[in-house]
Ligand binder design. Structure first.
Ligand SMILES: Cc1cc2nc3c(=O)[nH]c(=O)nc-3n(C[C@H](O)[C@H](O)[C@H](O)COP(=O)(O)OP(=O)(O)OC[C@H]3O[C@@H](n4cnc5c(N)ncnc54)[C@H](O)[C@@H]3O)c2cc1C
Length: 393
C-alpha cells in the first residue's frame, strides 16, 4: 500500500494551494488526487474577482492575506497567476451607506487600501456610469482579478517542484477511518495510507462525507457567466465592479470585452451531469443588468459564456475546519461561490493547522463546521440585503 503524510482530495485552487503550502512548510510526502484535470471544478470556470470587500472582517482578512500572494506570486510561488490590479468598486443602494462606511473602516484597520468614494469619483472611475440610484460606493485601487486556471497550475507546479505527488485522473472513492481517525484514502486505483486527509472536492464533496455520517446541508448550484463585447464608442478598460443594487458583477475580459455575472435565484443541479454552456435568458439578463449601470451595454454583442458548479453552505459561507468527529480529517467545504480569491490564504491556513496544530495566518473559528448544529449560522451585521445570494463573485 502507498503511504503519505497528507492526502489532499481535489485539484482546484484550494487543493493546489494547500498542497503547495504543505510542501513549503516541510511536509515530505503529500499526494494530491484529482479525478479529472487540474481546475476541472468551479476554479476553472471562476469569474476570479480578487476583491477585499466583504461584509465581515474574517473574510476580508483571508482575502487580504491572499492578495499579498497574488500580488507577489512569482516570488512567493513561482509562475504567473495572471493577477491584474484593475481596481475594484463596490456599489450599494440607499439605506446601506452606514454599513458600507463601517465595512470600509474595518477593512482599512486591517491594512486594506480602500476608501468610500463620491458619485463624482465613481463617474470618473467608471465613465458612462448611471449613479442616481446609488447610496454609496467603495474603491480598492489594488484589487482586480486573476487567471484561476493559471493560479491553480502554478500552485500545483510549485508543489510538484517541492516533492508533492500530483495524481490527475485519479478519483478518491472513500476516506478510510478506523476508530474515529483517518487512516487513508481508497482511490479508483489503489489505497493510500495516510493519517491526514484534506477534502477540497468542491461541489462533489458530499459523496466523500456522507459515508462518514457528515451532513452539513451543502447544496451544489449551477452558476453562470457571460461575456459581452464592448459596443462601439466604449473603450475603457474598467475596474471590476460588484453592484449590490442589481445583484450583478463585472470585470474586463481580454482587451475589448466584459465578463459579467448576475443572480438568478435557486439553481440546484447535479454536479455529475450539468449543462456547461450558458443559457440564452441568462445572457439577456446580464446585458440588462449591466446596461442598468452602464447604459452603453444595451447594445453589447454576446461573445460567450459558460456554467460551473459551486457548493453552497446553508449560510452562504465556507466551512474550513478540522472535522471534530474524525481525527485527521480537514475540509474546505461549501465554497459558496466566493472562494477563489481566498484560496491562497485558505491553503496556507490549512497547512499551518496540520503542521502546527492551529492556523496562524487567520482565525478560522468562524468557519467551523459545528456552527449549524450549534444553531449559530453565520450572520453579517453590516450586510447589504439579507437575501442569501447564489451569485458567484
Ligand atoms: C461562474 C463562476 C464564477 C465565480 N466567480 C468567482 C469570483 O469572481 N471570485 C471568487 O473568489 N470566486 C468565484 N467563484 C467561486 C470559486 O471559483 C470557487 O469558490 C473556488 O474555485 C473553489 O475552489 P475549490 O478548489 O475549493 O473547488 P473546485 O474548483 O470545485 O475544485 C474541486 C476539485 O475536486 C475534484 N474532485 C471532486 N471530487 C473528487 C474526488 N472524489 N477525487 C478526486 N478529485 C475530486 C473536482 O474534479 C475539482 O477539480 C466562481 C465560481 C463560478 C463557477
Amino acid at each position: 500500500m502507498a503511504t503519505a503524510d497528507v492526502v489532499v482530495i481535489g485539484g482546484g485552487a484550494t487543493g493546489a494551494s494547500t498542497a503547495f503550502h504543505l510542501a513549503t512548510v516541510g511536509v515530505p510526502r503529500v499526494v494530491l488526487l484529482e479525478r479529472h484535470h487540474l481546475g476541472a471544478g468551479a476554479t476553472g470556470k471562476s469569474g476570479s474577482l480578487v476583491r477585499m470587500h466583504y461584509t465581515n472582517e474574517v473574510e476580508s482578512r483571508l482575502a487580504f492575506e491572499s492578495l499579498k500572494i497574488f500580488r507577489d506570486f512569482q516570488a512567493i510561488v513561482g509562475g504567473d497567476c495572471g493577477f491584474e490590479p484593475a481596481g475594484f468598486i463596490q456599489i450599494v443602494g440607499t439605506g446601506y451607506e452606514r454599513a458600507l462606511a463601517h465595512n470600509v473602516d474595518t477593512q482599512r484597520r486591517i491594512g486594506i487600501d480602500t476608501r468610500v468614494i463620491t458619485r463624482e469619483e465613481l463617474r470618473r472611475l467608471l465613465p458612462g456610469c448611471h449613479v442616481d440610484d446609488i447610496g454609496a460606493a467603495a474603491w480598492e485601487p489594488g484589487s482586480g482579478f486573476a487567471d484561476p486556471n493559471a493560479t491553480t497550475f502554478a500552485f500545483a507546479e510549485a508543489a510538484r517542484r517541492r516533492g508533492v505527488t500530483i495524481r490527475t485522473h485519479c478519483e478518491a472513492r472513500r476516506i478510510l477511518v478506523e476508530r474515529g481517525r483517518v487512516v487513508g484514502v481508497e482511490t479508483a486505483e489503489d489505497r493510500i495510507a495516510a493519517p491526514v486527509v484534506v477534502v477540497a472536492a468542491g461541489a462533489w464533496a458530499t459523496g466523500l462525507l456522507a459515508p462518514l455520517g457528515l451532513d452539513y446541508g451543502l447544496r451544489p448550484h449551477r452558476v453562470q457567466i457571460s461575456i459581452l463585447r464592448w459596443p462601439a464608442g466604449f473603450g475603457h478598460r474598467h475596474p471590476a465592479v460588484i453592484d449590490a443594487i442589481h445583484q450583478s458583477w463585472f470585470r474586463p475580459e481580454g482587451l475589448a470585452s466584459t465578463l459579467a455575472g448576475v443572480e438568478l435565484g435557486v439553481g440546484h443541479a447535479d454536479p455529475e451531469r450539468f449543462d456547461e454552456s450558458v443559457d440564452p435568458d441568462y445572457v439577456a439578463r446580464c446585458r440588462e443588468k449591466l446596461a442598468a449601470r452602464l447604459p452603453v451595454f444595451a447594445d453589447a454583442t454576446m461573445r460567450g459564456g459558460w456554467a460551473g458548479m459551486i457548493m453552497m453552505s446553508p449560510d452562504g459561507r465556507p466551512i474550513i475546519d478540522q472535522i471534530p468527529s474524525v481525527a485527521g480529517l480537514y475540509g474546505m467545504l461549501g465554497d459558496s461561490g466566493t472562494s477563489f480569491k481566498t484560496s491562497p490564504a485558505i491553503g496556507r491556513c490549512l497547512a499551518e493547522w496540520i503542521v502546527e496544530g492551529k492556523p496562524r495566518t487567520a482565525d478560522l473559528a468562524p468557519f467551523r463546521s459545528t456552527r449549524f448544529a450549534e444553531g449559530r449560522p453565520w450572520v453579517d451585521e453590516h450586510h447589504y440585503g439579507r437575501e442569501r445570494l447564489t451569485i458567484s463573485r
